[in-house]
Design a protein around this ligand. Sequence first.
Ligand code: ATP
Ligand code: MG
Length: 441
Amino acid sequence: MAKVAAVQHVCSECGTSTGRWLGRCPGCGEFGTLVAEAAPSRGQRRPAQAGELAVRPPLRLVDVVAEESERLSTGVPELDRVLGGGLVPASLVLVGGEPGVGKSTLLLSALGAIARERRGLLITGEESVAQVKLRAARLGGCDDVEILAETELDVVCETLERERPAVAVIDSVQTLWSQEIGSAPGSVSQVREAAARLLRVAKEAGVATFLVGHVTKDGSVAGPRVLEHLVDCVLQFEGDRYHEHRILRAVKNRFGSTNELGVFEMTGAGLIGVPDPSELFGRTHAGEVGAAVTCALEGTRPLLLEIQALVAPTDLAMPRRVGTGVDPKRLAMIVAVLSRHAGLALGGADVFVNVAGGVRIDEPGADLGIALAIASAAKGVPVREGAVAFGEIGLTGRLRPASQSDRRSEECRKFGSALVLGPQLDTLRRALGAGLAENPA
Ligand SMILES: Nc1ncnc2c1ncn2[C@@H]1O[C@H](COP(=O)(O)OP(=O)(O)OP(=O)(O)O)[C@@H](O)[C@H]1O
Ligand SMILES: [Mg+2]
């Protein structure tokens, strides 16, 4: 049997462990992420005697009795939508987001609404009870929420088992620590242990649990990627704290569609849901050069988004292509296709693209909208008023209809768009001709 080193070096990003310290993690390739942790002690196990293990025969699925339990409404319609129609009892949900984005605020208002009918418990490891009280006073309606300031994992699990609230919020999972594990709170093994124990408690005691998790600069939940595999749902809270709009999306959902989207506005009285985000993000100023509207599909939700572009002459040998909210590779491709197939000379210009409201687009259906904004900026000609463009751009300059074009067209109609560019057009050149207010070319 291979000998296990007394100290393991574990990557704080992906959880890979090695026997010796390395500058670069062999698992994820990050530099300087390996930290020393005491290896778990493995006692010599005696082989089990016959009759000692409770081995149960497997069941046929048809014989399994499963009651579909009713989902709990969180009292926050946008959160319910992202969860796929409410919170599933006894599920474990991880809510990730950058510091200050509003995780604690969102979950406290949800817990406030839940606690009016059921028991809702907030376990805070990050803030004092008094700090939470101040936030609750600002939000209002949180009087029935029960609260406990605790960071020791055993005590937290014991409390959940004894009190059995319908919903518990752990803020945050990185502050929990177990004495049995010799490493600091927030380390991979601590967080992994905390999540695994809480998962067991959630299922056995029937407590639907929200775990708050901090995310690293690249947007993944800090430390353990393993956490994402353990939990039932992973929700990402996005948007930067300097803007008032926040986006909540499901990255993983065992009980519903992923990539559902909820939009919130941060106000003094907490997070207010925005039921019609197209109205908010899809308006451009008439006659503005470099702005176009696209219809992107976020999960099952079509969303109108303003795309802004700036094309500026540059002396750089390698002009910059900078996108906020768009995939850089996709942007480079769109710029190349515009140069090659639409006659736009972008080789000597920097191209900047920005998606309104801090929304991130990761589907090719928005290509045409991005191309139209860049073409408008490059030619100095505004996009036709009321135009919405969507469609996938191919490398040959041909357009492919975006997926679920009917739903997108319907959203455009609902929004009162005068000109829908997309499904009926075949080439990028023709689409630009139809989309720009006057085409000098
Ligand atoms: N009085 C206020 N008026 C408006 N917005 C406020 C007010 N107080 C706080 N906020 C907003 O709430 C945000 C902090 O929210 P919250 O504490 O829920 O974030 P968090 O994601 O839990 O942060 P952390 O990672 O630090 O726990 C602030 O960044 C700010 O935008
Ligand atoms: Mg917080």
